[in-house]
Design a protein around this ligand. Structure first.
Ligand code: FES
Ligand code: FES
Length: 196
């Protein structure tokens, strides 16, 4: 069947099998490897992307179900060579180690902040509970999301990399979600454990 959708601002029309999962469509047809496959049980969140602005686990969605919608992956969060404020916050707050969970974690955070621009720590923890990280213990990830939300604007980050970013005018207000680009934050997502 033919599926027509927009991926990172680029309109696409591809012939796919009806059973093809969105995460496999993104990785194998589009060549976008940020969304990882970390489980067979829809529980890890490593495959999280935005579908019309809402974060979804792309292993739970058929490519055909995304027809007519806007898909954003971590590669498309910022223009080439630039970082989205959430990506910058993850780097500034050391919110990653191996990096395998990071693209999904970042996308979940972007979705969370779109819904709750000024979340509490509890809301961040609840909002990210569908995304698993086996390296960081979550503390720095939560710090990163709070930093990106502007909650730490008066703290150490006030003079840091976030201070001059789009968040100065409101969280994610200028987030170029529709543009294409390369994931520049953290280690390459294609690491051991990535499914084919
Ligand atoms: S690969 Fe999608 S939730 Fe684990
Ligand atoms: S940094 Fe999260 S799984 Fe390694």
């Amino acid at each position: 069947m033919r599926v027509e959708l927009t991926v990172n601002g680029e309109r696409r029309s591809d012939e796919v099998e009806p059973r093809l999962l969105l995460v496999h469509y993104l990785r194998e047809v589009c060549g976008l490897r940020a969304a990882n496959v970390g489980c067979d049980t829809t529980s890890c969140g490593a495959c999280t992307v935005l579908l019309d602005g809402e974060s979804v686990k792309s292993c739970t969605v058929l490519a055909a179900q995304a027809a007519g919608q806007q898909v954003t992956t971590a590669e498309g969060l910022a223009p080439p060579g630039e970082l989205h404020p959430v990506q910058r916050a993850f780097r500034a707050e050391h919110g990653l180690q191996c990096g395998f969970c990071t693209p999904g974690m970042v996308m979940a955070a972007v979705g969370l902040l779109a819904e709750h621009p000024r979340p509490t720590e509890a809301q961040v923890r609840e909002g990210l509970e569908g995304n698993l990280c086996r390296c960081t213990g979550y503390h720095n990830i939560v710090r990163a999301v709070l930093a990106a939300s502007g909650q730490l604007a008066a703290g150490p980050l006030a003079a840091g990399p976030l201070a001059a970013g789009p968040l100065a005018a409101g969280p994610l207000a200028a987030g170029p979600l529709a543009t294409s680009g390369q994931l520049a934050a953290g280690p390459a997502p294609d690491q051991a454990g990535v499914s084919a």
